[in-house]
Design a binder for this molecule. Structure first.
Ligand SMILES: [Zn+2]
Length: 261
C-alpha cells in the first residue's frame, strides 16, 4: 500500500470480523459504511446526502453483526462508502463509480481521470474482492462448507414512490437458498412482506458478489434486502435479525443435502 494515492497507508478497504467463526454462513455487507477516504474530501456532497441511502445502507452493518453473532458467522464488510467504489459491482460496470444516484448528482465522481478510476479499483475493489476470495478459499482448503449471505438495506421511498416490499430475497442463476428461504417465509407467520428479487433483481446488476464468489465456486448464495425504516432502532434491528436468523438457518438446513458433497 506504499504507493496508495487514495487511502492512508495501512488502511484496508475490507474489514473481517469473527474470522474464526465455526458456522457455515459467511456474511458480506458491501454497503456497510458511509466513510469517505480523507483524500477525497466530500465528493462535493452536502452532509445530508452523505448520510443518506446513496452513501451506504443504513442499518445493514448492525444487522450483519447481529447475524454474525447469532449464526456464528464470519462477516466481511466494505470500510468505505459505495460512492467511492461500489464493491458489489465489477470494475467494468458504469455503476461501480456513479455520477448520479437517485436524484443526487455526485460532483466528485464526474469526469474522474483514468488514474483515479484505477486507484479506486486498486485500493477499494481489489482488496475487498481478494480478501473475501481468500477467506472463502481458506475455508475450502480446510474442508469447510460455506453458504454466502449478503446483507443490504434500501430506502422506503425511491424517486418519490413508496416501496411496499419489506424484505427482498434476491438470487441470480443459483436460486437454491433463496427458494428455501422464500418457502420458509411463506410457512411462517408472514409478518413481513417478503418478495423474490424485489426491490432489485439480477437485471439491476446487484448480484455481482453472488456471481463472483458464490456461483463461480458452487457456493449457495443469496442477497437479503431489508427496507431501512425497519432497521431504524436497535430494537428493530434485533427483531429483524431474529427473524432473518431463523429464516437463514431453515433455508440452509433445507438445502444441505444439495451442497454437502
Ligand atoms: Zn446495498
Amino acid at each position: 500500500m506504499d504507493k496508495s494515492i487514495l487511502l492512508d497507508p495501512g488502511t484496508s478497504a475490507i474489514a473481517i470480523e469473527n474470522e474464526g467463526a465455526r458456522g457455515n454462513i459467511v456474511i458480506v455487507c458491501e454497503h456497510a459504511s458511509r466513510l469517505l477516504p480523507a483524500k477525497l474530501g466530500d465528493l462535493g456532497l452536502d452532509p445530508s446526502a452523505l448520510e443518506s441511502h446513496i452513501a451506504w445502507d443504513p442499518g445493514a452493518l448492525e444487522l450483519s453483526r447481529l447475524l454474525s453473532s447469532s449464526l456464528d458467522a464470519s462477516l466481511c464488510y466494505q470500510r468505505f462508502s459505495r460512492l467511492v467504489y461500489d464493491c458489489n459491482r465489477p470494475p467494468e460496470a458504469a455503476s461501480a463509480i456513479v455520477e448520479k444516484s437517485e436524484t443526487y448528482q455526485i460532483p466528485g465522481n464526474k469526469s474522474i481521470s483514468e488514474a483515479e478510476r484505477q486507484a479506486r479499483i486498486d485500493e477499494i475493489y481489489l482488496p475487498f474482492r481478494n480478501g473475501l476470495f481468500e477467506l472463502l478459499s481458506s475455508r475450502k482448503a480446510g474442508g469447510r462448507e460455506t453458504i454466502l449471505v449478503t446483507i443490504h438495506s434500501y430506502t422506503p421511498i425511491y424517486f418519490g414512490k413508496e416501496r411496499e416490499v419489506e424484505i427482498g430475497i434476491l438470487h441470480d442463476s443459483d436460486s437454491r437458498l433463496a427458494e428455501a428461504m422464500l418457502s420458509e417465509a411463506e410457512r411462517q407467520d408472514r409478518r413481513y412482506k417478503v418478495l423474490r428479487n424485489q426491490p432489485y433483481g439480477p437485471a439491476d446488476g446487484v448480484t455481482h458478489t453472488l456471481l463472483e464468489h458464490g456461483i463461480a465456486n458452487s457456493i449457495p448464495n443469496v442477497v437479503i434486502e431489508v427496507r431501512n425504516d425497519l432497521l431504524a432502532s436497535t430494537q428493530q434491528q434485533a427483531t429483524i435479525a431474529a427473524y432473518l436468523s431463523a429464516l437463514i438457518k431453515k433455508g440452509a438446513e433445507a438445502i444441505q443435502g444439495d451442497w454437502q458433497h
